[in-house]
Design a protein around this ligand. Structure first.
Ligand code: ADP
Ligand code: TRP
Length: 324
C-alpha cells in the first residue's frame, strides 16, 4: 500500500493546464486499488498571495468541484481543506526549527515570486515548510507534482531527514516526488506555459459564449487563410492535440498543411472539442458550484478522516520533541 498525497492552491478556478497536468494524472493514480490517496485544497498557501476571503472561498469551492467533476472518488480517498486541519500549522512550527535558513533563501519559487509580486510576505518565504508539513503530517510516500514543485519536495526530504537524524529514524516518512515526464506543459493562449500568473489560461467551465471568446483569443501568426500552415508552431493546434484523438489530430494536421484552412477554423474546432469532451464535467462542476452544501458535505467527510490521522501523528511528534 502506497500513500499518495497532493495539494492544489485555491487561487482561482483550476485551468486546463492544472486539469491536464495535475488533476487528471492524480485521479488516475488514486484509482489503483494499492494506493491510498489524500488530495487537499491548499487554502493556507493561497493566503500568501490572496487576501480577499470571498475570493479564497470561491476558489476553494471551485478546486473541490473540479476534483469531484473529474471523478475523484471521495469514498476510497481522503479529500479536505488544508485550513480545516490546523494541526498542520503546529507541525509547520516544529519543522521551521529544523530548517536551515539558507535552504529557504535558495528556493527558486521564492526568488521568482519575490521578483514578481509587490507583497513579499514571510509566508511566501516559509511556504516550503508548510508544504513539508502537509506531506509529513500524513506519512505520504509519493507526491505527484509539476516540475516547478520538485525543489520543494527536495526540501521536504531534507527537513524530514534532519528531523529523523536528531530525534529518531522512523519518526517521519521521507517522501518521493513524482513528476510524470509525459505530462504536458500545457501552453496558454499566448503560447507561454498556461498559468494563473500570466493571465493566459483557459477556464473550461465558463459559459459557452465566454469560453468561445477566450478560445478565439488564442494568439496565432498572420499567415493568410489560403496559405499552408505549420501545425507544430501553432498554439491552437498544440491545445487541440492535447485533447483530441489520434485521428482528429491527424485530420487537423492535414488541414493545416493543405492550406485554405484558417486559424479561426482551428480555434472553432478546439472550442467545440472542449464543449464535447468536457460536457459532463462542465455540468457536474456547475451543479456543485450552485449547491455548496453538497460540496461542504463531501469535504467534511474527508476532513474528519484527515483530522484523526493528523492528531495521531502529532501526538507522536509532540512526545518526541518533549511537548507531550
Ligand atoms: P499556476 O501556474 O496556474 O499558478 P499552480 O502553480 O497552482 O498553477 O499549479 C497547480 C498544479 O498544476 C501543479 O501541479 C502544476 O505543475 C500544474 N500545472 C500548472 N500549470 C500547468 C501547465 N501549463 N501545464 C501542465 N501542468 C500545469
Ligand atoms: N505548492 C503546490 C503548488 O503550488 C501546492 C501544494 C501545497 C502541495 N502543499 C502541497 C503539493 C503538498 C503537493 C504536496 O502546486
Amino acid at each position: 500500500m502506497a500513500r499518495i498525497l497532493t495539494g492544489i492552491q485555491s487561487t482561482n478556478v483550476p485551468h486546463l493546464g492544472n486539469i491536464l497536468g495535475a488533476i487528471i494524472p492524480a485521479i488516475e493514480l488514486s484509482k489503483n486499488p494499492k494506493n491510498d490517496s489524500l488530495f487537499f485544497i491548499a487554502d493556507l498557501h493561497a493566503l500568501t498571495t490572496i487576501k480577499e476571503a470571498k475570493f479564497i472561498i470561491e476558489s476553494t469551492k471551485a478546486v473541490a468541484a473540479t476534483w469531484l467533476a473529474f471523478g475523484f472518488d471521495n469514498k476510497k480517498n481522503t479529500f479536505y481543506r488544508q485550513s480545516r486541519v490546523p494541526e498542520v500549522t503546529e507541525l509547520t512550527w516544529f519543522l521551521n526549527c529544523f530548517t536551515p535558513y539558507p535552504m529557504l533563501a535558495n528556493a527558486h519559487s521564492f526568488k521568482d515570486k519575490s521578483n514578481r509580486l509587490s507583497d513579499v510576505n514571510s509566508g511566501l518565504f516559509t511556504y516550503p515548510i508548510l508544504m513539508a508539513a502537509d506531506i509529513l503530517l500524513y506519512d505520504a510516500n509519493f507526491v505527484p507534482v509539476g516540475k516547478d514543485q520538485m525543489q520543494h519536495l527536495e526540501m521536504t526530504r531534507d527537513i524530514a531527514t534532519a528531523f529523523n537524524n536528531k530525534l529518531g529514524n522512523e519518526l517521519l516518512v521521507v517522501p518521493e516526488g513524482m513528476v510524470d515526464e509525459r505530462v504536458m506543459n500545457v501552453p496558454g493562449t499566448d503560447g507561454q506555459k498556461m498559468s494563473k500568473s500570466y493571465n493566459n489560461f483557459i477556464n473550461i467551465f465558463l459559459p459557452e459564449n465566454e469560453l468561445k471568446k477566450v478560445v478565439m483569443g488564442i494568439i496565432t501568426d498572420s499567415t493568410p487563410l489560403e496559405a499552408p500552415k505549420n501545425p507544430d508552431t501553432c498554439n491552437a493546434f498544440k491545445l487541440f492535440q492535447l485533447l483530441a484523438s489520434k485521428e482528429q489530430t491527424e485530420a487537423m494536421r492535414q488541414n493545416y498543411l493543405k492550406g485554405n484552412y484558417g486559424y479561426g477554423h482551428a480555434k472553432t474546432a478546439l472550442f467545440e472539442l472542449i464543449l464535447e469532451k468536457y460536457s459532463q464535467q462542465r455540468k457536474t462542476f456547475n451543479e456543485l458550484m450552485s449547491h455548496p452544501s453538497k460540496l461542504e458535505e463531501e469535504l467534511s467527510i474527508g476532513e474528519a478522516k484527515a483530522k484523526k490521522m493528523a492528531q495521531e501523528k502529532l501526538a507522536v511528534l509532540r512526545k518526541a520533541l518533549g511537548f507531550a
